[in-house]
Design a binder for this molecule. Structure first.
Ligand code: NAP
Length: 260
């Protein structure tokens, strides 16, 4: 059995998760990295650093997908869990297919919790472990034209803080990373490339990953990446939900890219 520590990272095929996997590799963790589709490119970048990298292809919106991922750890102790897999969905709610918005909820909420619970039980039994969960500043904003997604992130942000408190004396830390708009596949996958936010200049995924990884190593409860996003979260605390919903409309309404 290898002596290196193990990090299990979901959503590691691209974007923020891929960058977090790079940081974990640089810190000498063996990796189990998962995504919905084969992680060929990301895995190639991680190998050759003297660590073991195992890739798992699983739809983490399903209980079977989560079980497949847990089985891939082959009973090894999971020292770090990064629950990062997630996706958005643009357009007005009435124009979204049921299967599409359910997949957002099943991935961002249900699949995340199905993974967290057994891993956290093992960590608490050992009295050690670190968990990084990717929430979002979207959780602080009523998300017109991304309503289901923002709702899932409100759940995740709140849930992470709550279980972090439940486990505060357990030796296990829960850190919630809250990025703002970040340059990844997110907006293309959500069908939001014709929106203002879809075309705006965004944060760099590698920078966001460092913010989350460092906060997790320090055992912080939550971290918002970047000053502009911190200001947005502060403003959301004083603005009405109607006001944040109107602000979100300007950024996320289909066709908003061309508007002033
Ligand atoms: P991304 O480049 O699209 O990466 C998303 C990752 O999650 C991919 O590896 C994807 O794998 C995986 N994934 C999605 N649904 C999955 C499923 N059902 N089963 C397994 N894997 C799944 O986007 P990203 O921006 O890095 O997103 C990472 C996290 O950051 C998400 O939780 C997202 O909500 C959050 N976030 C993003 C932003 C932003 O502006 N980009 C802002 C705040 C928070 P496949 O490609 O194989 O499906």
């Amino acid at each position: 059995m290898p002596m290196r520590k193990l990090a299990l990272i979901t959503g590691a095929s691209s974007g923020i998760g891929r960058e977090i996997a790079r940081l974990a590799a640089a810190d000498g963790y063996d990796l189990v990295v998962a995504a919905d589709e084969p992680i060929v490119d990301a895995a190639a970048g991680l190998c050759g650093q003297g660590i073991e990298v195992q890739t798992v292809e699983a739809d983490l919106a399903t209980p079977a997908g989560v079980e497949k991922l847990l089985a891939a750890a082959s009973g090894r102790q999971i020292d770090v869990l990064v629950a990062n897999a997630g996706h958005g969905l643009g357009r007005g709610f009435l124009n979204q297919d049921v299967a599409e918005w359910r997949h957002v909820i099943d991935t961002n909420i249900t699949g995340t919790l199905l993974l967290l619970q057994p891993v956290l039980k093992q960590m608490v039994t050992r009295g050690e472990g670190k968990v990084l969960i990717t929430g979002s500043i979207a959780g602080h904003l009523a998300g017109s034209f991304q309503a289901v997604y923002n709702g899932t992130k409100a759940f995740v942000d709140s849930f992470a803080a709550a279980i972090g408190n439940e486990l505060k004396d357990s030796g296990v830390t829960i850190t919630c990373l809250k990025p703002g708009a970040t340059e990844t596949n997110f907006f293309a996958r959500a069908g939001m490339l014709d929106t203002k936010v879809g075309q705006a200049k965004k944060d760099d995924a590698a920078d966001v990953a460092v913010t989350g990884w460092v906060a997790m190593k320090n055992g912080e409860h939550s971290v918002v990446h970047g000053l502009k996003n911190k200001a947005q979260v502060l403003a959301s605390g004083v603005l009405s939900e109607a006001a944040t919903a109107e602000m979100h409309r300007k950024q996320a309404e289909p066709g908003s890219a061309g508007k002033h």
